[in-house]
Design a protein. Structure first.
Length: 104
């Protein structure tokens, strides 16, 4: 490392990006601050609560409508197509029988 590079590193202000006790300028730029006025703080709290409730309700409505559309689709999809397409096919339950039982 040359002397010039060492000088640039030495004079760089690392305290700007400190994370410990010293507040960071970058971090404080994105840090939400509460207003000092009580009524404004209460109003913003109500706005935030309203947004959360509306998002939850939107999620419930979208989820319920997706379930309803899926059930209706399944109901009409079964009704439209016949069970057996070939009339020679018989739908039944079968059991495997031992050969010893067949020889009697």
């Amino acid at each position: 490392m040359t002397h010039r590079m060492f000088a640039q590193i030495r004079f760089f202000d690392f305290s700007r990006f400190a994370v410990g006790d010293v507040p960071s300028r970058v971090r404080s730029a994105f840090e939400p601050r509460k207003p000092r006025h009580r009524l404004l703080r209460f109003a913003l709290g109500l706005v935030g609560l309203t947004v959360v409730v509306m998002l939850v309700m939107l999620g419930v409505v979208v989820g319920a409508s997706m379930l309803a559309v899926g059930l209706v689709y399944k109901l009409f999809a079964r009704r439209a197509k016949p069970v057996a397409r070939d009339p020679r096919i018989v739908d039944a339950e079968y059991r495997v029988v031992d050969k010893s039982l067949l020889s009697r």
